[in-house]
Design a protein around this ligand. Structure first.
Ligand code: CA
Length: 698
């Protein structure tokens, strides 16, 4: 009898252990159920039934589809079986519980196992196939008659792969199929790995693949990948947090903060309406429909894991789903990402974003025969969006040496990069960066690429963006052009030329203007304050996706394009340009627009500066130590820098400074206002990962 208390304790322990085990099993099922619901959401049963009718009819007796080329490793095979499994398990589908479909699923899977296809691209073997198998097995767990156990085990073995930690978006992709497998097998160790590696990439990984200290994103080295690999990462990470929410595996608060901040403050800000800035999709720019965000499902998930920011998520959802205008709840914002040479400038009525590159970053990659012609993409490309779809699917018919905003040689036919190396080439100049006070800012890019040099700068205000170029020099045989825009044509173009206003209506023309005052198209005004040779066309352009991406079709696509560029002629030496973009203006307002508020103080090889008298802001790019006198203030710096003065000429003026070279630790500024004594200021600049970030001097 004296052992009795111990026996009771033992029984209690076993009961607790049993309950824990039961609770653990329940967690696996909860997570699997969430994944299943997610996979089955947004399915159209009618369309699915039609697709399955076709694939059901064409699967041969050996379990293969004659139209697929298994030698080159068709992932479409598994996609079709996933569709069959979905149709078979969805109560509202025509094929629900159909025994014939189930037999075809089994046959198709057996044939897949026998063929054991290996793709030459590792991504399919390590990520796509295991994810597809996992999705299929989870779907079949909800079937009337599940798959034979032996077949399921063989497939589980096939999806078991080694996981590669520390690889940003790819690691999150691998962790996702670990999570699928953990739910299928109820294996604790697999679940632990899945959770660990789902969350591992949700950390700021300075200079490696993943989110950066400035809230931009890198992949494939120091290359801006905000909504290319960043899209994979954000999708997987939000899904993992959503599947695991409220369980013992829930995402820790510090990780959730990183995820939420990236999604809210960077990612969703690159979307206008439902369309990405073309600068953030990496080589995916060469894929059809890649400018569409399709983010409503991900936003719906983040609403459940981060309810604290619900007002923001709701507004973003309403914009991407088209239930509200692109301007809805958009507030003024200016952000420069010093790690990625990327600038976001947002106002309720427009987005005007810029992508450059530097010796510290890699140029936009060409890889796997994708983005074949995009060699000028990081050379100061300006994405100007009002409605959202201004550039959606225009890429196959773009003239690729006329990327909006860039200065380059105008080749007779588009050519890919002459450099053999794929996957991102380092930039050639160090003077590339930006200044931001969160509302206004400056971006600069010293171009030296493909035998063309230029100092390009952008000055960002509320209604206007001033674009300056200086030192434009080349000895190449082609003429040099700066492209103001190349986007879908919307109705008419108006031009304010010396004679009078002319309209380019429906007829297709290419017009040269020797000194136009302004041009207007699609509610965007472009002003030319100095003598400029401008070429404007509204012709039909044609091309195909295949010539920019070998995975895409060769079908010809055509469309009418608005294209406007400044011609610097042949072999320019220290040529300049100046144009001012007013991205929200009616045609009727162009003549009387008060451009007098914008003074171009200087546009030389060493200094570019703007004074905005309406806002009382001066913005200066010092390419060398120097000085500028403006509104009775003399400003002198002993190092190259970007400098913005607000309330200039007033006693309460303030000054922001940034170092685009990211090498200067200390800067001396001398300020003399009217006849007052010169004020000497020593400004400490950020270092390490924060070098390039803007500081407020006073
Ligand atoms: Ca050309």
């Amino acid at each position: 009898m004296k052992n009795q208390p111990y026996k009771i304790l033992l029984v209690l322990c076993l009961l607790v252990a049993g309950n824990q085990l039961f609770a653990q099993e329940a967690v696996f099922d909860t997570i699997m159920n969430r994944i299943h619901q997610d996979l089955q959401s947004h399915t159209n049963d009618k369309k699915l039934a039609e697709a399955v009718a076709k694939t059901n009819a064409t699967l041969d007796l050996q379990g293969a589809w004659p139209d697929l080329h298994y030698t080159n490793h068709e992932f479409t095979h598994l996609e079709r079986i996933i569709d069959m499994a979905a149709a078979y398990t969805r109560p509202n589908n025509k094929w629900y519980g159909n025994e014939n479909i189930r037999q075809k699923i089994v046959l198709g899977l057996q044939s897949w196992l026998e063929k054991n296809p290996k793709h030459r691209n590792w991504w399919f073997n390590e990520i796509s196939y295991p994810q597809q198998i996992g999705q299929l097995l989870i779907t079949m767990r909800y079937a009337k008659t599940p798959l034979p156990q032996a077949l399921e085990q063989q497939l589980v073995a096939r999806m078991t792969r080694k996981l590669n930690p520390g690889d940003g978006a790819n690691t999150s992709d691998e962790a996702l199929h670990y999570l699928y497998r953990a739910c299928i097998t109820h294996n604790q160790a697999t679940m632990d790995s899945a959770v660990t590696y789902s969350f591992e990439p949700v950390s700021v990984r300075d200079d490696e693949g993943g989110p950066q200290v400035d809230n931009s994103f890198y992949q494939h080295g120091k290359q801006q990948a905000i909504a290319s690999y960043g899209r994979v990462w954000i999708g997987n990470s939000i899904s993992a947090a959503y599947y695991l929410r409220g369980t013992t595996y829930a995402m820790p608060a510090d990780k959730l903060a990183i995820l939420s901040s990236y999604f809210k403050d960077t990612y969703l800000k690159t979307i206008r309406g439902n369309f990405y800035d073309f600068n953030v999709r990496g080589r995916g720019i060469s894929r059809k429909d890649s400018m569409m965000s399709s983010m409503s499902n991900t936003i719906a998930k983040v609403q459940l894991i981060d309810p604290a920011n619900n007002d923001y998520w709701n507004a973003a959802y309403l914009r991407v789903s088209g239930k509200r205008l692109p301007s809805y709840a958009v507030t003024p914002l200016h952000t420069h990402y010093w790690k990625s040479n990327y600038t976001l400038h947002l106002r309720p009525n427009y987005s005007f974003n810029v992508q450059a590159n530097s010796t510290r970053t890699l140029r936009t990659e060409r890889g796997n025969n994708e983005n074949i012609l995009g060699k000028f993409l990081p050379d100061g490309a300006t994405n100007i969006q009002r409605r959202g779809p201004e550039y959606a699917n225009i890429m196959p018919l773009w003239e690729w040496d006329k990327i909006p905003g860039t200065t380059s040689r105008d080749y007779a036919t588009d050519e890919g990069s002459t450099v053999q190396k794929e996957w991102g080439i380092p930039g050639t100049t160090a003077f590339a960066g930006g200044l931001s006070d969160s509302i206004y800012g400056i971006s600069v890019y010293q171009l030296a690429y493909d035998s063309v040099k230029a100092n390009k700068a952008w000055f960002f205000f509320d209604k206007e963006i001033v674009c300056l170029g200086s030192g434009i020099t080349s000895i190449s045989p082609e003429p040099i052009t700066t492209t103001v825009n190349q986007c879908w044509l919307q109705e008419n173009i108006a031009v304010g030329s010396q004679k009078d206003k002319t309209n380019l209506q429906k007829e297709q023309t290419v017009e040269q203007y020797s000194n136009p005052k302004w041009a207007w198209h699609d509610s965007i005004g472009y002003f030319f304050p100095t003598a400029t040779n401008v070429q404007i066309s509204n012709t039909t352009q044609s091309g195909n996706w295949n010539h920019i991406n070998n995975f895409q079709t060769k079908d010809t696509v055509r469309g009418d394009v608005f294209k406007m560029c400044i011609n610097h002629g042949n072999q320019p030496a220290s040529a300049t340009y100046a144009y001012i973009v007013v991205p929200s203006i009616g045609e009727g307002e162009m003549k009387k627009y008060a451009l007098s508020t914008i003074n171009i103080l200087q546009n030389s090889d060493t200094l570019q500066a703007i004074l905005h008298t309406g806002l009382n802001i001066a913005q200066i790019a010092f390419y060398r130590p120097g000085q500028l006198v403006c509104n009775g203030i003399r400003i002198q710096v002993n190092q190259p820098c970007l400098l913005m003065v607000k309330n200039i000429g007033k006693p309460n003026f303030s000054m922001h400074i940034a170092d685009p070279t990211q090498t200067i630790t200390e800067l001396q500024v001398a300020v003399q206002q009217q006849k007052a004594k010169t004020k000497n200021i020593v400004v400490k600049l950020p270092s390490g990962s924060y070098a390039g970030q803007t500081v407020r001097a006073f």
